[in-house]
Ligand binder design. Structure first.
Ligand code: SF4
Length: 262
């Protein structure tokens, strides 16, 4: 994004938020049918582990690591018994493995001590677990527990602000704005769709010519289309090897005239 949008700017009108946001998400949904998390899991515990590992790491890489991890630690009790030094080499390839080992161990121990080994079904309880922030909690709620949740990651933040269906640098504010405009049943799918759009099309250098919502996108209207209609600045012509540029010739002429005896 070339222009950063400051947190808590003027709110978008409720009418646009409600109807335009739904329509735009519908169009994006058609462009990315079946959008879903790309992390592999079979229950809430596994998705919680996978989402913690996915911080600063690709889902693909996490999916390479988790099958062996889930086989060795099939539930929170097994994971809580593992020492962090034992976990570290197993998750090293996902990056930040020391911090992630501490988070996994602490999260599993808290599940055992406070929730009977089960993953709690509320945002309040989830964010109390070590290594679990609001985004991770929303991923687990929405995808594994059937509780509406709208995770806001860097892709959702970028795409929603560019289109103009949210206006803030703060993920919590963007989550509030999108949730206010969409029915709860659509929250998780909306997040998945915006994430896929951000990964495939609306990248940091957006591929607007392949986008389904250019007509509704503020960034396209105010930045991309203006850049396209502005003629490119003329570039200074360089002298070809073996030739002399006009500027160099003129400088040499001036020097030679000054040097001439009167
Ligand atoms: S038009 Fe361009 S900037 Fe706007 S959402 Fe599509 S890809 Fe992103």
């Amino acid at each position: 994004m070339s222009k950063r949008v400051s947190a808590r700017k003027a709110p978008i009108s409720p009418a646009r938020a409600a109807s335009a946001t739904r329509r735009i998400l519908e169009q994006l949904g058609q462009q990315h049918p079946g959008a879903d998390t790309e992390l592999h899991f079979t229950n809430a515990y596994e998705l919680l582990v996978a989402t913690i590992l996915s911080a600063q790491c690709t889902d693909e890489r996490v999916n390479q690591v988790t099958p062996a991890l889930f086989a060795r630690y099939p539930d929170a009790r097994a994971l809580a018994r593992a020492a962090t030094s034992e976990l570290e080499p197993q998750i090293q390839s996902t990056g930040f493995f020391r911090a992630k080992s501490r988070s996994l161990h602490g999260m599993a121990a808290a599940l055992v001590e406070q929730h009977g080994g089960e993953v709690p079904r509320t945002m309040e309880a989830l964010v109390e677990l070590p290594g679990v922030g609001r985004k991770t909690a929303n991923v687990v709620l929405g995808h594994a527990l059937g509780v509406p949740g709208l995770p806001v990651d860097r892709h959702v933040l970028r795409v929603a602000n560019r289109i103009g269906i949210a206006r803030s640098d703060d993920p919590v504010v963007v989550e509030e704005q999108l949730c206010a405009a969409l029915p709860p049943a659509d929250w998780t799918r909306a997040s998945d769709t915006l994430i896929l759009h951000g990964r495939r099309i609306c990248k940091p250098r957006p591929l607007c010519e392949r986008c389904a919502v250019t007509d509704d996108c503020e960034y396209f209207r105010h930045v991309v289309s203006k850049e396209r209609s502005t003629p490119a600045p003329r570039r200074a012509t360089r002298a070809r090897p073996g030739t002399t540029s006009r500027a160099a010739t003129s400088k040499r002429l001036v020097r030679s005239r000054r040097a001439k005896p009167k």
